[in-house]
Design a protein around this ligand. Structure first.
Ligand code: GLN
Ligand code: ZN
Length: 766
């Protein structure tokens, strides 16, 4: 007897990002729709074949999308906002792309749907836009066709769809184009018949199971939503499809009885992020139900310890027998596709890793291990797995006593500046002598083709280090000259030498590694290649000092040095699973602390530590926010609180919804914070109704993502609004984010207007 195995989803983009190439070629008119469809088909067939070759009992159908799987469902259900045309056919690809990005080879351009992060991942989905009188009508749907396609290819099929409650939860309601706060649950009675029909169609197309994703069951849900689960699944119960209710990204906790009791055929739980929930689920699971145990980490890239997993599953297997299924913890969408595409990683490190393709093998090998049906080959594979786990546990490349000792020796005083802000401000203003409403930018200036070419050639070994350095110095010089000419008060060096704000530091720190093809879909055709933090982090030598010092040598104005903060570096990497995130974060913070100290001694006495990812690190359960915020804030402070009173620490964040964590942001105790606000029309400032932000702040006055030239009067008006809430003496004038994605001809007039706005404000408030 073997156990049933499956995956909750698989990367769709292709090991060489084939999907990206195909959709981008279609958007630019280089291939026709038929060819795009053909590329999609090939990818699906290949990915199902990989699942079958790994020995999974079912292939997953429904994880493919040309842009986003939530958008697929919206279109299938007819959730298409009126601005895209009322007669838009439910399976029309160009309507789909217009919803995703505002335009497509055919059809009228319209404002794209909003995109936002999928739970706490870096995957972005398109937010369903529900109208007040939203109807849900199932049109032709691609998913049914894909089920047939998989059947025809000889696979046993499990279809995958987002569950109705999760689908409503992640959407927003609109009326006449404006967002409303109408109750999304009110749409449920309309939605359920469409779901019923969809399920019936999937079953008749040949899906033996339908995995219905309800990850919101791992959140702290309002009572009405919890109750809606019972009504919903009672109603869907009559469907001919066998339902596997899937939950992930956490433990069911207070929803465990609810989830176990719903009238479905099976339940999937995440035993990586909800490792402690197995016993309570086993106690509550009715006797006829399947339990799919998510044991292989779908959010990280490390090999699983298969013998430890076998031991964890022993009791479950005794109690459930064949009703125990095995799977990754969540969809493998969040990890790179195939380790065998990595030809540059060194052997030792490679041997500790498993990407999506390898995780499938882990699932099936574990199934045979649990069932006790190991072949000779399997025995060897299991022994190899154990050897890799042991090698990683004991590796001297990972474990550095000096780093561990330093973290253990951190004292409370290292988190605090010598004196509170008012005293520091005096010391800073005394030498800075900045005007009222000082102007600055967020760090990066346009990354020109010339810069990218120099970097490429340098990396490829075609440009000598001295020549590369000279090329970057030319860029820095140009950037400083432009800023001088514009009259900006606090210049920056422009970050020409950085391809990416995390990768740049990762490459210079010990304990980081980089893949060649470790792409993970971020949104649509956009993929990222997160660094791997595999070992104790240390800084062999200064990382930014020479560039900042060179820039300072070119100007009499005070240069602002530029670093990426510890939380952001952590958050945008694959991290170790053998120690708490907090510990890794503190190690990074100590490395940055040394950099901050070195910058200060080199005469750079304004230092910005960017933390754009602080908010996205928030745990999904609100009850866990406090403890996260504690160590996240402490890590930032550990990096910063090494300087003299007179050295000014800045930080930057780029999200506008920070009202709920404003106190933690204040606790960072940065002397100056610059933040994105222009898109939300200074909505951020509402936070200051009830909370006096104690230090200086630069509420971004124009949206760098927009190609429109910001007008001086408009920026003056925004700042005047800010000055109603915050004393003018504590306000800075700056764009809302870095300028690297813009071109110089856009940046210069925008900044000229910004400087003019500051001058107007000075005469008004001075
Ligand atoms: N200093 C960075 C830049 O200007 C900040 C980027 C960010 O906020 N994401 O590019
Ligand atoms: Zn930003």
């Amino acid at each position: 007897m073997t156990l049933t195995t499956h995956t909750l989803g698989y990367p769709r983009i292709g090991v060489r990002r084939e999907l990206k190439q195909a959709v981008e070629a279609y958007w630019s008119g280089d291939i026709r729709q038929q060819q795009l469809e053909q590329s999609g088909r090939e990818l699906r067939l290949r990915h199902w074949a990989e699942q079958q070759a790994a020995g999974l009992s079912y292939v997953s159908v429904g994880d493919f999308a040309f842009y986003d799987h939530i958008l697929n469902l919206s279109q299938a259900l007819g959730v298409i906002p009126p601005r895209f045309g009322h007669d838009a056919a439910a399976d029309d690809l160009d309507t789909y792309f217009r919803m995703a990005r505002g335009r497509a080879p055919s059809g009228q351009p319209a404002a794209a749907c909003e995109m936002t992060k999928w739970f706490d991942t870096n995957y972005h989905y398109l937010v369903p836009e529900f109208q007040a009188d939203q109807r849900f009508t199932l049109g032709n749907n691609r998913l049914e066709d894909e089920v047939r396609e998989a059947r025809d290819a000889g696979h046993r099929v499990k279809a995958v769809i987002p569950g109705p409650l999760t689908y409503l939860w992640i959407g927003k309601t609109f009326s006449g184009g404006e967002q409303t706060h109408a109750d999304r649950l009110a749409l449920l009675p309309n939605l359920l018949p469409a779901y019923g029909e969809l399920l019936a169609r999937l079953a008749s197309a040949g899906a033996e199971w339908v995995q219905i994703d309800e990850p919101i069951l791992t959140l702290e849900l309002p009572t009405a939503w919890r109750q809606a689960f019972e009504t919903t699944y009672n109603q869907l119960q009559s469907t001919p499809a066998k339902l596997l209710l899937a939950t992930w990204f956490g433990s069911l906790d207070e929803n465990v009885s609810l989830a176990c009791g719903l009238p479905v055929a099976g339940l999937h739980i995440d035993l990586v992020r909800g490792a402690g929930q197995l016993a309570s689920v086993l106690d509550r699971l009715p006797h006829h139900k399947v339990l799919s145990a998510g044991v292989v980490d779908g959010r990280n890239i490390w090999k699983s310890d298969l013998s430890a997993q076998r031991d964890n599953l022993r009791e479950a297997h005794e109690r459930l027998g064949e009703r125990l299924w095995l799977a990754p913890s969540c969809s493998l969408l969040h990890v790179p596709h195939d380790l065998s595409a990595e030809d540059r990683l060194d052997e030792a490190l490679r041997n500790w890793l498993a990407f999506a393709r390898q995780k499938l093998d882990e699932v099936t090998l574990l199934a045979r291990t649990v069932a006790g049906t190991l072949s000779v080959c399997d025995e060897q594979a299991l022994a190899d797995n154990q050897a890799a786990i042991a090698a990683r546990r004991d590796s001297t490349r990972i474990h550095r006593d000096d780093v561990k000792r330093r973290v253990a020796a951190i004292t409370a005083t290292q988190f605090v500046r010598a004196n509170p802000y008012p005293q520091r401000a005096k010391a800073q203003h005394a030498w800075l002598k900045l005007p009222l409403f000082p102007t600055t930018t967020i760090g990066s200036f346009p990354q020109t083709e010339e810069i990218r070419k120099a970097r490429r050639n340098f990396k490829a070994g075609q440009l000598a280090a001295v020549d590369y350095e000279a090329a970057m110095q030319r860029e820095i010089r140009y950037c400083i000259e432009r800023q001088e000419a514009l009259g900006l008060d606090v210049p920056v060096h422009g970050e020409a030498e950085r391809n990416d704000m995390v990768e740049y530091f990762g490459e210079l720190l010990e304990g980081f590694a980089f893949t060649r093809n470790g792409w993970v879909q971020s949104y649509g055709s956009r993929c990222v290649k997160p660094p791997l933090i595999y070992g104790d982090v240390s800084r062999p030598q200064p990382m930014t000092v020479a560039w900042s010092q060179y820039a300072q040598s070119l100007t009499d104005k005070p240069m602002k040095g530029m670093l990426t903060g510890p939380v952001t570096i952590l958050q945008w990497s694959f991290v170790r699973d053998d120690q708490p995130r907090e510990t890794t974060c503190k190690q990074i913070a100590l490395a940055l602390r040394d950099e901050v100290a070195d910058l200060e001694s080199a005469g750079i006495r304004i230092i910005q530590i960017d933390e754009p990812a602080l908010r996205e690190g928030l745990p999904l359960k609100r009850s866990q926010w406090r403890s996260y915020l504690r160590w996240a804030v402490d890590s930032f402070r550990l990096s910063a609180a090494v300087v003299d009173d007179s050295t000014q620490i800045h930080t930057h964040m780029c999200y506008s919804e920070f009202n709920d964590i404003i106190e933690s942001i204040a606790e960072l105790d940065a002397d100056v914070i610059t933040i994105e606000t222009s898109r939300s029309n200074m909505e951020l400032l509402d936070a200051f109704q009830d909370f006096d932000y104690p230090n200086e702040i630069g509420p971004g006055v124009y949206d760098i993502h927009s190609p429109n030239l910001p007008q001086t009067e408009w920026m003056v008006a925004l700042m005047a609004r800010a000055a109603e809430k915050i004393p003018a003496q504590r306000l800075w004038v700056n764009p809302d984010c870095g300028l690297k994605t813009r071109r110089w001809p856009e940046v210069e007039p925008a900044l000229a207007n910004l400087v003019a706005a500051a001058q107007a404000l000075r005469s008004r408030f001075g």
